[in-house]
Ligand binder design. Structure first.
Ligand code: NI
Length: 181
Protein backbone atom coordinates (compact mmCIF):
# COMPACT_ATOMS: atom_id res chain seq x y z
CA UNK A 1 0.00 0.00 0.00
CA UNK A 2 1.31 3.45 -0.87
CA UNK A 3 2.46 6.24 1.36
CA UNK A 4 0.03 9.06 0.61
CA UNK A 5 0.64 12.80 0.45
CA UNK A 6 -0.39 14.55 3.65
CA UNK A 7 -2.58 17.60 3.06
CA UNK A 8 -1.31 20.83 4.59
CA UNK A 9 -3.04 23.60 6.47
CA UNK A 10 -4.86 25.80 3.98
CA UNK A 11 -6.24 22.88 2.00
CA UNK A 12 -10.05 23.12 2.25
CA UNK A 13 -10.26 19.31 2.50
CA UNK A 14 -8.83 19.61 6.02
CA UNK A 15 -11.74 21.85 7.04
CA UNK A 16 -14.54 19.38 6.35
CA UNK A 17 -16.55 17.49 8.95
CA UNK A 18 -15.83 13.83 8.18
CA UNK A 19 -18.56 11.23 7.80
CA UNK A 20 -19.26 8.27 10.08
CA UNK A 21 -17.99 4.90 8.90
CA UNK A 22 -20.94 2.56 8.31
CA UNK A 23 -19.27 -0.53 6.79
CA UNK A 24 -16.65 -2.42 8.80
CA UNK A 25 -14.27 -5.21 7.89
CA UNK A 26 -14.39 -4.31 4.19
CA UNK A 27 -11.39 -4.29 1.81
CA UNK A 28 -12.02 -0.58 1.23
CA UNK A 29 -11.75 0.23 4.93
CA UNK A 30 -8.75 -2.06 5.38
CA UNK A 31 -6.99 -0.36 2.45
CA UNK A 32 -7.64 3.14 3.80
CA UNK A 33 -6.32 2.15 7.23
CA UNK A 34 -3.21 0.57 5.69
CA UNK A 35 -2.51 3.77 3.75
CA UNK A 36 -2.85 5.73 7.00
CA UNK A 37 -0.50 3.35 8.83
CA UNK A 38 2.08 3.48 6.04
CA UNK A 39 1.91 7.27 5.76
CA UNK A 40 2.17 7.77 9.51
CA UNK A 41 5.12 5.40 9.74
CA UNK A 42 6.95 7.06 6.83
CA UNK A 43 6.66 10.47 8.54
CA UNK A 44 7.21 9.22 12.11
CA UNK A 45 3.87 10.67 13.15
CA UNK A 46 2.37 9.96 16.57
CA UNK A 47 -1.01 9.79 14.87
CA UNK A 48 -2.87 10.59 11.70
CA UNK A 49 -6.49 11.22 10.78
CA UNK A 50 -8.12 10.08 7.55
CA UNK A 51 -8.87 13.65 6.35
CA UNK A 52 -5.12 14.34 6.33
CA UNK A 53 -4.76 11.98 3.36
CA UNK A 54 -7.97 13.26 1.78
CA UNK A 55 -10.35 10.58 3.09
CA UNK A 56 -13.50 12.16 4.51
CA UNK A 57 -14.24 9.41 7.05
CA UNK A 58 -14.15 9.38 10.85
CA UNK A 59 -11.01 7.25 11.21
CA UNK A 60 -7.93 8.05 13.27
CA UNK A 61 -4.88 5.98 14.12
CA UNK A 62 -2.22 6.69 16.71
CA UNK A 63 0.42 5.06 18.83
CA UNK A 64 4.15 4.47 19.02
CA UNK A 65 6.84 2.75 21.02
CA UNK A 66 9.35 5.53 20.65
CA UNK A 67 8.79 8.63 18.57
CA UNK A 68 11.59 10.88 17.32
CA UNK A 69 9.11 13.78 17.04
CA UNK A 70 8.20 13.41 20.73
CA UNK A 71 11.17 12.05 22.68
CA UNK A 72 10.79 11.33 26.40
CA UNK A 73 7.10 10.42 26.01
CA UNK A 74 5.69 7.12 27.29
CA UNK A 75 4.58 4.64 24.59
CA UNK A 76 0.96 4.53 23.39
CA UNK A 77 -0.43 1.25 22.01
CA UNK A 78 -1.00 1.33 18.24
CA UNK A 79 -4.72 2.03 17.93
CA UNK A 80 -7.25 2.22 15.11
CA UNK A 81 -10.20 4.32 16.32
CA UNK A 82 -13.30 4.73 14.17
CA UNK A 83 -16.32 6.96 14.85
CA UNK A 84 -14.73 8.19 18.08
CA UNK A 85 -16.53 9.91 20.93
CA UNK A 86 -14.52 11.77 23.58
CA UNK A 87 -15.76 12.64 27.05
CA UNK A 88 -13.62 14.82 29.37
CA UNK A 89 -13.46 13.31 32.86
CA UNK A 90 -12.59 16.59 34.58
CA UNK A 91 -12.13 20.27 33.76
CA UNK A 92 -8.40 19.96 34.34
CA UNK A 93 -6.37 21.13 31.34
CA UNK A 94 -2.76 20.41 30.47
CA UNK A 95 -0.60 22.54 28.18
CA UNK A 96 2.13 21.20 25.92
CA UNK A 97 3.93 22.03 22.69
CA UNK A 98 2.10 20.23 19.91
CA UNK A 99 2.80 19.59 16.25
CA UNK A 100 0.96 18.16 13.27
CA UNK A 101 1.96 16.51 10.01
CA UNK A 102 -0.35 19.00 8.26
CA UNK A 103 1.49 21.95 9.82
CA UNK A 104 5.08 20.88 9.14
CA UNK A 105 8.02 22.52 10.86
CA UNK A 106 5.98 24.22 13.57
CA UNK A 107 4.94 23.80 17.19
CA UNK A 108 2.32 25.55 19.28
CA UNK A 109 1.35 25.49 22.95
CA UNK A 110 -2.08 23.85 23.14
CA UNK A 111 -4.28 23.23 26.18
CA UNK A 112 -6.06 19.86 26.16
CA UNK A 113 -8.17 17.98 28.67
CA UNK A 114 -5.84 16.02 30.94
CA UNK A 115 -8.23 13.13 31.61
CA UNK A 116 -10.68 11.69 29.07
CA UNK A 117 -12.68 8.63 28.25
CA UNK A 118 -12.85 7.75 24.56
CA UNK A 119 -14.88 5.16 22.78
CA UNK A 120 -15.26 4.01 19.22
CA UNK A 121 -14.86 0.96 17.00
CA UNK A 122 -11.93 -0.95 15.57
CA UNK A 123 -11.56 -1.95 11.90
CA UNK A 124 -13.89 -4.92 12.41
CA UNK A 125 -16.55 -2.76 14.05
CA UNK A 126 -15.90 -4.02 17.57
CA UNK A 127 -16.68 -1.32 20.13
CA UNK A 128 -14.11 -0.44 22.79
CA UNK A 129 -13.36 2.33 25.25
CA UNK A 130 -10.39 3.57 27.24
CA UNK A 131 -9.76 5.97 30.08
CA UNK A 132 -6.49 7.83 29.50
CA UNK A 133 -4.50 10.86 30.64
CA UNK A 134 -1.76 13.23 29.58
CA UNK A 135 -0.09 12.64 26.19
CA UNK A 136 -2.35 9.74 25.24
CA UNK A 137 -5.37 11.96 25.94
CA UNK A 138 -3.74 14.79 23.98
CA UNK A 139 -3.09 12.68 20.89
CA UNK A 140 -6.68 11.44 20.82
CA UNK A 141 -8.07 14.98 21.15
CA UNK A 142 -5.71 16.25 18.44
CA UNK A 143 -6.54 13.47 15.97
CA UNK A 144 -10.28 13.63 16.60
CA UNK A 145 -10.23 17.40 16.02
CA UNK A 146 -9.14 16.61 12.45
CA UNK A 147 -12.46 14.79 11.96
CA UNK A 148 -14.27 18.06 12.65
CA UNK A 149 -12.01 20.15 10.43
CA UNK A 150 -10.04 21.63 13.34
CA UNK A 151 -6.24 22.00 13.30
CA UNK A 152 -4.23 22.62 16.47
CA UNK A 153 -3.36 26.28 15.68
CA UNK A 154 -7.08 26.98 16.21
CA UNK A 155 -6.65 25.69 19.79
CA UNK A 156 -3.69 27.91 20.69
CA UNK A 157 -4.71 30.41 23.35
CA UNK A 158 -1.56 32.58 23.36
CA UNK A 159 -0.37 33.09 19.79
CA UNK A 160 3.06 34.15 21.06
CA UNK A 161 3.43 30.44 21.87
CA UNK A 162 3.46 29.36 18.23
CA UNK A 163 6.49 29.14 16.00
CA UNK A 164 8.93 27.27 13.85
CA UNK A 165 10.68 24.28 15.40
CA UNK A 166 14.07 25.61 14.25
CA UNK A 167 13.62 28.91 16.04
CA UNK A 168 11.99 27.50 19.16
CA UNK A 169 14.83 24.99 19.43
CA UNK A 170 17.51 27.63 18.86
CA UNK A 171 15.94 29.74 21.62
CA UNK A 172 15.92 26.75 23.97
CA UNK A 173 12.13 26.89 24.30
CA UNK A 174 11.63 23.33 23.08
CA UNK A 175 14.16 20.49 23.21
CA UNK A 176 16.09 19.57 20.08
CA UNK A 177 14.33 16.97 17.94
CA UNK A 178 15.96 14.33 15.82
CA UNK A 179 13.38 14.99 13.13
CA UNK A 180 12.09 18.29 11.91
CA UNK A 181 8.51 17.94 10.69
NI1 NI B 1 -2.55 16.59 13.19
Amino acid sequence: MPVRDVLKMGDPLLRRVAEEVTMFGTPTLTGMIQDMLDTMAALSGAGIAAPQIGINQRIVIFGFDKNPRYPHIAPIPMTILINPVIEPLSDEMHEMWEGCLSVPGMRGMVPRYKHIRYQGRDAQGVAFERIVSDFHARVVQHECDHLDGVLYPQRIVDMTQFGFIDELTRAGIIPALSQNS
